[in-house]
Every structure is written in structure tokens, then in C-alpha cells.
Design a binder for this molecule. Structure first.
Ligand SMILES: Cc1cc2nc3c(=O)[nH]c(=O)nc-3n(C[C@H](O)[C@H](O)[C@H](O)COP(=O)(O)OP(=O)(O)OC[C@H]3O[C@@H](n4cnc5c(N)ncnc54)[C@H](O)[C@@H]3O)c2cc1C
Length: 121
């Protein structure tokens, strides 16, 4: 079973008035996996940055820049990669081809999972 037809285009994780955490950033394709971890990680990092902002250790612009930089470094690579893999699930022929490839070569599947799941924190 797949989730498809949803727009997972890359959007900014922050703008002038809003910081997007977890799924609200709207970029996490289901195949990425670890959505709960990404939500907790972004909330934890943002909480610490917000604390610095409210203690006047950061300006608003620094808060925006720091959070955008964190999101890009931490998530953008694997989110972008998984977006392409997610596309495959929209075409039964490609889905079957990938499953056919991964079955005899599980290390290939593991490598892909590693790329999209990120590391533990
Ligand atoms: C079917 C399915 C299976 C999944 N399986 C996994 C899995 O195995 N492992 C994994 O890591 N991730 C999984 N995920 C992804 C994971 O659930 C999400 O990535 C994660 O929950 C995102 O957390 P979040 O806090 O950003 O958003 P959410 O968990 O969606 O929390 C947002 C909350 O805000 C509330 N809300 C919305 N609008 C308003 C409003 N206007 N006012 C007040 N409250 C509001 C909602 O009711 C909700 O409680 C799965 C997702 C789905 C749909």
C-alpha cells in the first residue's frame, strides 16, 4: 500500500513569521521514514534556539538563519532523495522493478534505507 499524489515539493522550513517543525514543514515523503524522529529532533533543536532568542543571545534574523541552516544540513539531503524514491511508488512497473532488485540484493535496500533514514541522535 502506498501514499501518493501528495505534493512533497521542497518548501522553506522557515519564513519571516513562521517556523515549520516536523510534518508541518510538509516535505517528509512517507518513504523517508523516521518522521517521528525528525519531528522530535526539529522540536528539540528549535526549543534550544528559541531559548537563546528569548534570552537575547540571538537576534530574530540569527534565529531564522540558524534554524534554516540546521534544517538544510540535517534533513534536506535525505528528504530530497526520498522524494524521488516516493515518485517510484506512483508507477506499479517501477515499484515491482525495485522490489525485484532489492529481494536478491538486500544490501542495496539497506544502503537506501540508511540514506533516507539518517543517523540516530
Ligand atoms: C500511516 C502512517 C504511518 C507512519 N508510520 C511511522 C513510523 O512507523 N515511524 C515514524 O517515525 N513515523 C511514522 N509516520 C510519520 C509520523 O507519524 C509523523 O512524521 C510524525 O507524527 C510527525 O509529528 P508532528 O508532531 O510533526 O505532527 P503530528 O504528529 O501530526 O502532530 C500534529 C498535531 O497537531 C494537531 N493539530 C493540527 N492542527 C491543529 C490546530 N489548528 N490546532 C491545534 N492542534 C492542531 C494535530 O491534531 C496533531 O495532534 C507515519 C505516518 C503515517 C500517516
Amino acid at each position: 500500500m502506498t501514499i501518493s499524489g501528495i505534493n512533497f515539493k521542497t518548501k522553506a522550513a522557515v519564513n519571516e513569521t513562521t517556523f515549520y517543525l516536523g510534518d508541518s514543514a510538509g516535505m517528509i515523503a512517507p518513504v523517508t521514514g523516521n518522521g517521528m524522529s525528525m519531528a522530535l529532533r526539529s522540536a528539540s533543536v528549535f526549543a534550544s534556539m528559541a531559548d537563546q532568542y528569548f534570552s537575547n543571545a540571538l537576534t530574530k534574523q540569527q534565529l531564522i538563519d540558524n534554524y534554516a541552516r540546521f534544517w538544510t544540513k540535517e534533513f534536506s539531503g535525505r528528504v530530497n532523495l526520498s522524494r524521488h524514491f516516493q515518485k517510484l511508488s506512483e508507477y506499479p512497473f517501477l515499484t515491482k522493478m525495485c522490489i525485484g532488485l532489492f529481494k536478491p540484493f538486500p544490501s542495496l535496500a539497506n544502503a537506501m534505507i540508511k540514506q533516507t533514514h539518517g543517523s540516530t541522535f
